[in-house]
Design a protein around this ligand. Structure first.
Ligand code: C2E
Ligand code: MG
Ligand code: MG
Ligand code: MG
Length: 282
């Protein structure tokens, strides 16, 4: 009995593993084709100053405009792109496209920064400096308007090489920020040595910052720490007016979240964010 059910369990798992492996392979080759055919697009989410509410920047977020499935979110394909190494050419495209768009908006008279997410593989690769340099040169964007977002996990892996890369990027004049801050393992010493410019408080703390004592305490501590290290601090995932008020009252510099605008196409960003006041129904 036991043997039999063991065997069928095994068969079940083997079959499921096959289905997953095939799906993974299909996704991999789909991503290669998508890059060749230009099926990726960037959406932009506004970032605002909490002191006055003005637009200060945008974060570029990748989407896959799949011919059959429609818009696919990065949570589904970034891990596969990282596994296969495709994240490197994909990341180069993101850098060029985000810089091109930012330079265009700047030329139209809008003063804003552009934040771009980086994966560990891009950061560890020797020629990230070259990719960033090319995206800046091609677009003519002021390096100070480009902000590269890295995660705490990037900082702790191979940190001498990563720190060296961070320094070189800093010398080019680009800004560095730590995304999802508070969920990883970075210490204050790392922050100091990395020449980071900005911390992005993770949305898990912001979601209930106005109702949960622990989230409120963590958020206040991050704001204080950032300011004592002379860093800018931004809250991400701000959905409620009450959270926005809490953050402003506690000295947080900037915010990003559905309250101020969802990620949207460049065209919509121009129409609803750049050509008018920021509206929360974007
Ligand atoms: P992230 O960089 O932390 O981006 C914030 C995510 O939170 C985005 O999800 C955004 O749409 C979502 N978000 C923003 N405001 C709110 C809010 O008020 N409430 C809620 N519930 N969510 C909010 P998205 O676009 O699905 O991206 C997920 C992650 O994928 C990003 O997290 C980033 O780690 C990664 N990613 C996105 N684009 C790129 C890219 O071009 N390259 C790399 N390497 N990673 C990317
Ligand atoms: Mg980010
Ligand atoms: Mg700097
Ligand atoms: Mg984040």
């Amino acid at each position: 009995h036991a043997k039999q059910s063991g065997r069928s369990t095994y068969r079940f798992f083997a079959a499921r593993m096959n289905v997953e492996a095939v799906a993974h392979l299909a996704l991999r080759s789909g991503l290669h084709r998508a890059l060749e055919r230009g099926e990726f697009e960037l959406h932009y989410q506004p970032q605002v100053s909490l002191n006055g509410g003005t637009l200060i920047g945008a974060e570029a977020l990748i989407r896959w405009n799949h011919p059959e499935r429609g818009l696919v979110l990065p949570g589904e394909f970034i891990p596969v792109a990282e596994d296969s190494g495709l994240i490197v050419p994909m990341g180069d495209w993101v850098l060029r496209e985000a810089c091109r768009q930012a330079a265009l908006w700047q030329a139209q008279g809008h003063k804003l920064t552009m934040a771009v997410n980086l994966s560990a593989l891009q950061f560890r690769r020797g020629d990230l400096e070259k990719a960033v340099g090319e995206a800046l040169a091609e677009s003519g964007l002021d390096p100070a308007a480009l902000e590269l977002e890295l995660t705490e996990s990037i900082m702790i892996q191979d940190h001498e090489a990563v720190m060296d890369m961070a320094r070189r990027l800093g010398r080019m004049g680009v800004q560095l920020s730590i995304d999802d801050f508070g969920t990883g393992y970075s210490s204050m010493a790392y922050l100091k040595r990395f020449a980071v410019d900005k911390l992005k408080i993770d949305q898990s703390f912001i979601r209930d910052v106005h109702t949960d004592n622990d989230s409120a305490a963590i958020t206040r501590a991050i704001i204080q720490m950032a300011h004592s290290l002379n860093l800018t601090v931004i809250a991400e995932g701000v959905e409620d007016e009450a959270a926005g008020i809490f953050l402003r009252d506690h000295g947080c510099d900037q915010a990003q979240g559905y309250l101020y605008g969802r990620p949207m196409t460049a065209l919509r960003f121009e129409k609803t964010i750049l050509d008018g006041a920021i509206s929360s129904d974007a």
